[in-house]
Design a protein around this ligand. Structure first.
Ligand code: UDX
Length: 433
């Protein structure tokens, strides 16, 4: 099939590479020449395991093309919109790029007889947005152009984006047009999973509800960690047992320093914004956000109350492992507040250091080696659960630190083990040892 994808971020580029790999002919449209040139050379720009290899393979096979102009829209069966929808200050999703792109798509749609185009939004957009996209397309499309809009939300996670695209728990397709549904079903045919075909509005809502539910699970786990800390229980033991109830499950209930990233925070905010506009009481969702912030504040309090000196080391800056993404990362909030309190901070992250430098520049000291980062420091803070931190030489860590103090925001170590190694170990929702 011939497909055009607008946007080459996590969703756009991963979708492009995976569907090119199935044998489709994909054109990706961007708006910065420098980035398009890098993509053409096989540089994915973003950090995502396996993506560079898939990009290079499909460039070589000439199934992937990167361009700045919209002419490929004319000959495509499907046009995916995969541009960013960042939150505005009031939480509302900023749809300006989506609408600009929709106008350009409309202007470039084919009016050839028997050519039908599906315009499908993969960007996460508030309920009702696809109807606006449809209106923009109609206003700008040539007369007689045959097309339909559809929503085909993406559920991929950063760090496992290719695996998730190839093995999703479900594919959701929503449109008022049977023809559009059939074309999208045909495209997803190689993906062996349950296909949910529904109306446009329900598909839009499914995406927000999925992310809000994931955020709910995380905030619930963090709330229980507050209880555990007050009463001296072990939150991991509590959640392990609770999660064995198959109606509840343990997955995505890891307590820590809260959810970050480009989706969960933004989508909860946007769902609150939509709810308010619809006159719905959004208190429940607001509480999820409140707990997410509280869990970071609690962690900060623990650090401040239990350190004397001002020199700290941080391992882990990315919002989660296997990504260099720091959007809404808990590390940013924690570093900002520690700097305000006069702490000097040395940092190490296997992937996200360049991005953190863009925010904090000379305010932090950067290390390429995790052991060097901790030499002579009052304490070590762990903010991302990278695998390489899980089996470090703990004797060496204790000797290099000025004081054997670790604040673990991701519960990666066993408290008893840390006690045996002679650490003062503060984790989330578990007794201090
Ligand atoms: C999320 C959704 O999982 C994905 O389906 C959607 O398409 C995009 O948003 P992503 O943002 O890549 O994916 O990361 P995810 O793995 O969901 O983690 C989000 C945040 O929650 C991270 O900061 C992570 O550390 C945190 N998290 C996750 C927890 O604190 N506890 C958990 O149990 C799980």
């Amino acid at each position: 099939m011939r497909i055009t994808i607008i946007g080459h971020g996590y969703v756009g580029l991963v979708t492009a590479c995976v569907f090119a790999d199935f044998g489709n002919e994909i054109t990706v449209i961007g708006h910065t020449k420098e980035k398009i040139d890098r993509l053409k050379q096989g540089d994915p720009i973003i950090y995502e395991p396996g993506l560079k290899e898939l990009l290079e393979k499909n460039l070589k096979a000439k199934r992937l093309n990167f361009v700045l102009d919209y002419s490929s829209v004319k000959t495509s069966e499907i046009v995916f919109i995969a541009v960013g929808t960042p939150p505005k200050n009031n939480g509302e999703a900023d749809l300006s790029t989506v609408f600009t792109v929709a106008k350009k798509i409309g202007q470039n749609l084919s009016n050839k007889k028997n050519h039908f185009t599906v315009v499908s939004c993969k960007s996460t957009v508030p309920v009702g947005t696809n109807k606006i996209i449809e209106k923009i397309l109609k206003e700008n499309a040539p007369q007689d152009a045959e097309f339909s809009v559809a929503s085909c939300p993406e559920f991929l996670r950063e760090g496992t984006a290719i695996y998730d695209t190839l093995n999703p728990d479900r594919v959701v397709i929503g449109s008022e047009s049977n023809k559009a549904n059939e074309i999208l079903l045909k495209l997803h045919q190689p993906i062996n999973t349950k296909k949910v075909v529904t109306d446009l509005t329900s598909a839009e809502l499914i995406k927000y509800v999925s992310n809000a539910m994931l955020a709910t699970k995380i905030s619930f786990a963090n709330l229980i960690s507050f209880y555990a800390e007050k009463v001296g229980a072990d939150v991991e033991a509590v959640l392990d047992a609770v999660g064995l109830d198959q109606r509840i499950g343990r997955i995505f209930m890891n307590p820590g320093i809260g959810y970050g990233g480009s989706c969960l925070p933004k989508d909860v905010m946007a769902l609150i914004d939509v709810g308010k506009k619809l006159g719905i009481d959004t208190g429940f969702l607001e509480e999820i956000e409140k707990i997410n912030l509280l869990t970071r504040k609690n962690f900060l309090k623990k650090v401040v109350n239990n350190t004397n000196g001002k020199n700290l080391a941080i391992w882990g800056l990315a919002f989660k492992p296997y990504t260099d993404d720091i959007r809404f990362a808990p590390s940013i909030f924690i570093i900002e507040n520690l700097l305000k309190k006069g702490y000097k901070i040395d940092v190490y992250d296997p992937a996200a250091m360049e991005n953190i430098k863009k925010i904090f520049d000379k305010k932090l000291t950067y290390h390429n080696n995790l052991y060097q980062c901790i030499i002579g420091k009052e304490a070590l803070l762990i903010l991302t659960e990278w695998n390489e931190f899980k089996q470090v030489d703990l004797n060496k860590v204790r000797k290099l630190l000025k004081k054997p103090v670790i604040f673990d925001g991701r519960n990666i170590y066993n408290p008893q083990l840390m006690k045996n190694f002679g650490f003062n170990y503060y984790s989330i929702g578990r007794p201090v040892v």
